[in-house]
Structures are given as C-alpha cells and as structure tokens.
Design a binder for this molecule. Structure first.
Ligand code: GH3
Ligand code: MG
Ligand code: MG
Length: 424
C-alpha cells in the first residue's frame, strides 16, 4: 500500500512514516500542492492522508483539482486537530471520506485506523461478492461512496447518475444506495419502486437532508436505512453492516424454506419425486389434458420379487436397488415426463402429451434398460412389471386404479413385462 502524506511539516512526515513501517506501508511525503501533484504523477497512490494547510495554502484547491482529475478515485483522509461538523461538511464536499485526529497522534492510532480499513471479517468478505448499485446525481458523492467501499475491497459497484438508467438496468443488485435529491424524479419514488420489485434487497437512502419528516417518509417508502451526508467511512460501513446482518439472516431463512419445500416433494431415499408430488402433478396433467384434448399416459411399475432381494441380501441392498431404478428413470426419461416413487417398491411415470403407442415404446425401452442393468450388490439384474394406461376421461384415482389393474395382469403373466390398455 502506498500512502501520500500531505503536510507542511517535514518532521510530521517522518512521524507518520515511522508509524507505517511495521505494516509495510510506503509513505511518500509532500509539503506543498506542487509537490503533491508531482508525486501523484510519478506513482500509483492508494490513499491520501492530508492536513488542512500546506506550505502554499489550504489543501482545498488541491482537493478540488483532484476531484476532476484521473486521481479522483483515490480516497482522502484528513488528519486534523479540529474536527467539527462544519469542517466535516466542508471537506466531505471536497471528497474527504474520513477524519483522524492530529491530537495525540501516534503510530498506534494511525495503525488502528488503517487496520480498520483492512479488516477482513466474514461480513466484509461476503459483501465483496454482492453487486451494489449507487445512484446519485452528484459525481462527488458517487466518488466518496465508491472510494469508501473500495477501501474495504468491495469493488463490485455500478454507479448511476441517471435514475432511469438504474431502473432500466437488466442487472440484479443486492444492495442499493439511493440519493434522495435527484433532478426531475424524487429518490423516494425510486426507493418505493425498487422495494416493490425487490422485497429482500438492501436499500439505503442517502441525502444531506436531515429533516425528521423526510427520514420517516423514506423509511416508510421502503428504505432499510438512511444516511445523512456528510458521513464518514466508518459510519457508512457500520450502517451497511448492520443492514447486511439482517439481509443474511433473511437469506438463511429463504434457504431453509427452500430446503423444506424441496423435502416436502422429494423422496428422501431415492431423491426422486414423492407420492404427494406425483398425485399433485397427476391432477394438474389431467386438468390440462381435459382442457386441450391431447393425450396423457401413465405407467405404474413394481419391482419383481423384491422381497427376495431383501431376504437374500438384506434391506440396505434392497435400498440400493430402489436407488438404481430411480437413477435410471431420472437419467433416461424425457424432461416433460414426471417420475417418482409412488410407495415401497412402486414407481410412477406420468407421460404428458403422449398416447399409449408412443408411451409403450418409451416404457419398454426403460424396462429393458433396467432388466439389463447388472446390480453388483445383487450379482444379477432385477426386473420390474408395469401397467400402462392412457387417460380416457376418468378421475386421477380411477386412472391410477386402471394402471394398477394392468400391473396386476403383468405380474400374473410372468413379470418383467408391461401390460397396456384403456380404462373401461
Ligand atoms: P412381486 O413381484 O409380486 O411384486 O413380489 P415382491 O416381492 O416384489 O412383492 P411384495 O409386495 O411381496 O414385497 C415387497 C417388498 O418391498 C416388501 C418390503 O419389505 C419391500 N420394501 C418396501 N419398501 C422398501 C424400502 O424402502 N426398502 C427396501 N429395502 N425394501 C422395501
Ligand atoms: Mg409391491
Ligand atoms: Mg414387487
């Protein structure tokens, strides 16, 4: 890290330099604006640490020049003996992102400050992955916020000065910083629209307004928080972190809910759909077929002599056979088909938009694939029998009963085969 230290006292350059030694920070000193500009032109600077007064006058005009230069993105911290709100406001408007007191300045204090920026806590690490949008019509504010975030290694930033550009952007953001005072459109409206579109994203309003009414309004229109300019880097980060904490908790809840809802439709042994899901999908497919008048077929299959597999090799080997059958069907059936475990060693394959002749070809292929599958744990192959029916206007229960009757016929006819037919 290379820090440019601006102060008219060359002695103070040395003090600061000493403070940075242990941290492998390179300090370059400059006592005047002219020297500072020379240094900036000669090397990459990561951070500017500045006093208010330089040899050739206040630092203000230099800061103003920097804002409009290619160095505008370099974060500036002010070392000052008088830290008042007025001064903060004045220098915030010149791009200063934080203040360190000169009073009782010590190497430790500086190190503490620099460590704060370097902190690698888990939350900051997670935030680095988050796409962040910043909307502000002031280039200065965009610069200040982005340089603060970049100091923490948070670089996935998209800057917008035009609200329409943000609203029309196709990209998804997890965190939004929205300036409230924008030309033509109110930031509050942007906040409201963003909240409507993204109920769980972080939206932080920023503005120099400090009227309580405005704060109440903005929070009510959906902002998670409100930061008043001038803010400093630590306040911005602290606010962001506190909002990020709730965001992470919400994400965790969502993840758990997804796991639960997938558990509710998945058979835990085989990973395919469960009975409940199959029935629900069968009802949906029957509704579709009665509306659109195309065809729907249904295969109910049952593993042959499965009891003897369990008896001979034990229940865990029986479980392996169930898994192998489910894997084979999940890999080899069509995307539009619905496959799942109906119960025990019975499975169901729902074939939408498929008449019984097409379905028979598909199911025969699957039957033969399984019958030819050598199952190592059993030392031979295992077979199944199936009843395949085409829908003919009946309820889901009657449709299933028809497939079950055909399955029974297949078993009686010697197993390892599929019987087809139409419900009477
Ligand atoms: P069939 O050819 O007439 O269908 O004979 P089968 O032996 O397959 O039929 P039966 O209904 O007599 O036996 C089914 C067996 O399936 C009995 C039951 O213990 C076993 N089974 C059911 N669910 C599971 C399971 O989850 N794991 C294991 N390993 N076995 C199961
Ligand atoms: Mg059975
Ligand atoms: Mg069986």
């Amino acid at each position: 890290m290379t820090i440019l230290h601006l102060d008219r006292s060359r002695f103070f350059h040395k003090v600061v330099q000493k403070a940075g030694e242990a941290e492998s920070i390179q300090f370059l000193g400059a006592a005047s604006q002219k020297e500072a500009i020379e240094q900036l032109q000669q090397q990459e600077i990561d951070l500017i640490l500045t006093a208010r007064e330089l040899e050739d006058g206040p630092v203000d005009s230099l800061l103003r020049k920097l804002l409009d230069s290619p160095h505008g993105h370099i974060p500036v911290i002010m070392l000052t003996s008088s830290d008042t709100l007025d001064i903060r406001e004045q220098y915030f408007n010149l791009g200063v992102i934080d203040f360190v007191s000169k009073e009782g300045f010590s190497g430790d204090k500086l190190r503490e400050q620099l460590d704060y920026f370097k902190q690698q806590d888990d939350m900051v690490i997670d935030m680095r992955k988050m796409p962040i949008a910043i909307l502000d019509d002031s280039r200065l504010s965009l610069n200040v916020i982005s340089s603060i975030l970049k100091m923490y290694g948070i670089n996935n930033l998209s800057l917008f000065s035009d609200p329409h550009e943000l609203m029309e952007s196709k990209d998804e953001y997890e965190i939004y910083f929205i300036d409230l005072i924008l030309p033509k459109i109110s930031g509050e409206r942007i906040v409201r629209e963003l909240r409507k579109a993204h109920p769980h994203k972080i939206i932080i309003a920023i503005s120099s307004l400090d009227k309580y009414n405005t704060i109440v309004h903005v929070l009510e229109s959906g902002a998670d928080d409100y930061i008043i300019k001038p803010f400093n880097s630590r306040l911005l980060m602290a606010r962001l972190k506190s909002n990020f904490r709730s965001y992470q908790a919400m994400e965790e809840v969502k993840k758990q809910r997804d796991i639960l809802s997938s558990m509710a439709v998945t058979d835990s042994l085989t990973g395919c759909s469960n009975h409940r899901f199959l029935i629900q999908r069968l009802i949906e497919e029957i509704e579709k077929v009665s509306r659109y008048k195309n065809s729907l077929s249904l295969l109910l299959l049952d593993i042959d002599n499965f009891k003897s597999v369990n008896d001979e090799f034990g229940h865990p080997v029986g479980d392996i056979v169930l898994k192998k059958l489910a894997d084979l069907f999940m890999k080899n059936s069509r995307k539009s088909d619905v496959f799942g475990r109906y119960g025990g060693e019975e499975f169901l394959l729902i074939l939408p938009e498929t008449d019984i002749n097409q379905a028979f070809i598909i199911c025969e292929r699957l039957r033969i694939l399984f019958a030819n599958l050598e199952i190592g744990e059993v030392g031979r192959s295992v077979t199944f029998s199936g009843g395949l029916a085409e829908w003919n206007g009946e309820t889901d229960e009657a449709f299933l009963k028809c497939a079950d009757e055909l399955l029974y016929q297949a078993k009686n006819a010697g197993r390892n085969q599929i019987k087809t037919g139409n419900p009477k």
